[in-house]
Design a binder for this molecule. Structure first.
Ligand code: SAM
Ligand code: DTB
Ligand code: SF4
Length: 331
């Protein structure tokens, strides 16, 4: 089906929860005239969400650096010379004190990330206590701890975990250029374990890693064709980190980035599309276009896991200028 036919289609067509997208269809949408693409993405967005509401998530690195994996973009891999100091798993009480600050600043979801290949048995009690503590504060909980087997996913679910973040990062074709220590299939296995345990899936990727347009489209088609659309789809713009293999990567052209957001919105109409890493390098106008293209979630706070984020003052000012309000919990 062509992009034009879609544009002339009924709202039913716009809104359909599809999970059998072809690469050709997706490519035609991605390549359609920018105004048509944005109009369509905004239409889908309005059919499924309050158009002027954006969900706020806060990240905390609960275990930083020293990671055995070799992800080419990451400051936390022990294989790169990024200069980052590795630290042990944070104490539960410290994590909860940080979570309280995030809640007071308006975050509705608290995402805790660890630089692990996968969690070790000895760490599970602490991780469970973190989930329980953050839930007791009334925030949604999210964790990103690397690969999970089904038993681990079930244990996190029993602790009350709402979301698990595990990204496919790029297309299957380009994947081996970026990561060699875990496969694309490993990632899909973890996503299946998370889904089967009843935890909601947060899964997206990174753009601006030297991939081609076809890889961006392919990555989104993989996400949109999962057995269920991920509840959250983080789209990260590469933050080039000195000392990593991608430290000198050419920045992505902003219009291409906005097209990626729009395609995610169109193919996964009910998912929260998160304008994720890389906002410090974006103009206000680029972020505004991303919101218009259907992004409706961001990370708030001065830091992501290890890299910079715009911070509360800048985001409050941007939201005021754009007339955007934070989403309530569960919206
Ligand atoms: N270690 C866990 C894992 O990889 O599964 C969780 C943390 S990892 C840092 C979470 C995600 O952050 C990565 O999959 C990647 O998509 C994103 N990310 C990491 N470094 C980034 C960078 N420099 N720029 C943009 N996104 C990045
Ligand atoms: C995701 O897709 N992006 C977040 C979160 N999931 C864990 C992480 C972004 C990390 C950016 C680089 C850093 O802070 O080191
Ligand atoms: Fe480790 Fe995650 Fe960084 Fe990969 S992205 S090196 S798994 S912390």
């Amino acid at each position: 089906m062509t992009a034009e036919m879609h544009l002339n289609g009924t709202s039913q067509q716009f809104n359909a929860m599809r999970s059998a997208w072809t690469l050709e269809e997706a490519r035609a949408i991605y390549d359609s005239p920018f105004n048509d693409l944005l109009f369509r993405a905004q239409t889908v967005h309005r059919q499924n969400f309050e158009p002027n509401r954006v969900q706020l998530s806060r990240l905390l690195s609960i275990k930083t650096g020293g990671c055995p994996e070799d992800c080419g973009y990451c400051s936390q891999s022990s294989r790169h010379e990024s200069g980052l100091k590795a630290s042990k798993l944070m104490e539960v009480q410290r994590v909860l004190a940080e979570a309280k600050k995030a809640k007071d600043a308006g975050a509705t979801r608290y995402c805790m990330g660890a630089a692990w290949r996968s969690p070790k048995e000895r760490d599970m009690d602490a991780v469970v206590a973190m989930i329980e503590g953050v839930k007791d504060m009334g925030m949604e909980t999210c964790m990103t701890l690397g690969m999970l087997d089904l038993g681990q996913a079930q244990r996190l679910k029993e602790a009350g975990l709402d979301y698990y973040n595990h990204n496919i990062d790029t297309s299957e074709r380009y994947y081996n250029e970026i990561i060699t220590t875990r496969t694309f299939a490993d990632r899909l296995d973890t996503l299946a374990n998370v889904r089967d345990s009843g935890i909601k899936v947060c899964c997206g990727g990174i753009v601006g890693m030297g991939e081609e347009k076809a890889d961006r489209v392919d990555m989104l088609v993989t996400l949109a064709n999962l057995p269920e659309h991920p509840d959250s789809v983080p789209i990260n713009m590469l933050i080039p980190i000195e000392g990593t293999p991608l430290g000198e990567a050419e920045p992505i052209e902003p219009i291409e980035f906005v097209r990626t957001i729009a395609l995610a919105r169109i193919m996964m109409p009910k998912s929260h599309v998160r304008l994720s890493a890389g906002r410090t390098a974006m103009s206000d106008e680029m972020q505004a276009l991303c919101f218009f293209a259907g992004a409706n979630s961001i990370f708030v706070g001065d830091t992501l896991l290890t890299a910079e984020n715009p911070g509360e003052d800048k985001d409050t000012a941007l939201f005021r200028r754009l007339g955007i309000q934070p989403m309530e919990r569960g919206e």
